[in-house]
Design a protein around this ligand. Structure first.
Ligand SMILES: Nc1ncnc2c1ncn2[C@@H]1O[C@H](COP(=O)(O)OP(=O)(O)O)[C@@H](O)[C@H]1O
Ligand SMILES: [Mg+2]
Length: 258
């Protein structure tokens, strides 16, 4: 195919990527006694399958609230949230828990690894709840640790690893049940900038090589630029939407240079 035709084909394909996450006119109002706190005020956000989106905005702007709802940890006060074409607003707690376990992987600022378990055991744990046989759990956890370059740290506990290594274990764990969507709330917030950039390279790989849809909250402008698209929240509304400047260079086929 000629270069031009190829590019046109690619962009047509991008246009037909289906939405895996849709927020339509989403409101979240917390009630504290007599006071109503509107954390989200009519958000519209569509995320394509395989897209990498960063959510930025000042503290209190509603970023975590939005993430919690995309992650089926909470439901909106008004509006629609479709995850893979299913509206989560009317699901029961047990339906939400099931979707969380199968479709979504979480990465947190504090890593949230279990301190008494080894790296391998931390990754095997989420698979227990999906009834995967022990031998398969172990094999899969080993493969995931190798993928994040921690094949030689399988039996280390979190305190025996650096922050960057712990976050890579957490990245591997987020993939335990092979979810379609990875949600990361400030994944580099506890890391120095060099280690944070290294962790981003692994997140980019999940997006580019494994086709995972990634939604990441960050305060850090430099980190946000790795994403394909940046959405800026303020006072519960999206005030800006733009492309990440660094996505093509750093994320697309970028090689680690360790
Ligand atoms: N559980 C809650 N109860 C009451 N108010 C809340 C709760 N969670 C968040 N808020 C309020 O909602 C707004 C948005 O919070 P949040 O989504 O945590 O913002 P961000 O993650 O951008 O810092 C803030 O004003 C916050 O105080
Ligand atoms: Mg937050």
């Amino acid at each position: 195919m000629a270069k031009k035709a190829k590019a046109a084909h690619k962009s047509a394909k991008a246009k037909h990527r289906k939405h895996i996450i849709e927020l339509e006119e989403v409101w979240k109002i917390y009630t504290m006694g007599d006071v109503e706190v509107p954390a989200l005020r009519g958000i519209h956000l569509h995320i394509h399958e395989g897209e990498f989106v960063a959510i930025m905005g000042p503290s209190g702007s509603g970023k975590s609230t939005a993430m919690n709802m995309v992650g089926c940890l909470d439901i909106p006060t008004r509006g629609v949230i479709n995850l893979d074409s299913k509206d989560i607003a009317h699901m029961t707690e047990s339906e939400l828990a099931q979707i969380r376990g199968q479709k979504i992987g979480f990465i947190f600022q504090q890593f949230n690894l279990i301190p008494t378990l080894t790296a391998l055991e931390n990754i095997m744990l989420p698979m227990v709840f999906q009834n995967i046989p022990r031998e398969d759990r172990k094999k899969r956890a080993e493969d995931l640790l190798r993928m994040v370059d921690l094949g030689d740290r399988m039996h280390h506990k979190p305190t025996e690893m650096s922050g960057g290594q712990q976050q890579r274990v957490a990245i591997a764990r987020s993939l335990a049940n092979d979810p379609d969507v990875i949600l990361a709330d400030e994944p580099t917030g506890n890391l120095d900038s060099k280690t944070g950039t290294n962790v981003m390279e692994f997140l980019c790989r999940l997006n580019q090589e494994k086709g995972k849809t990634i939604v990441m909250v960050t305060h850090d402008e430099h980190i946000a630029e790795f994403a394909e698209r940046i959405e800026v929240l303020k006072d519960g509304v999206i005030i800006q939407s733009r492309k990440g400047k660094n996505h093509a260079g750093a994320c697309k086929g970028g090689k680690k240079n360790e």
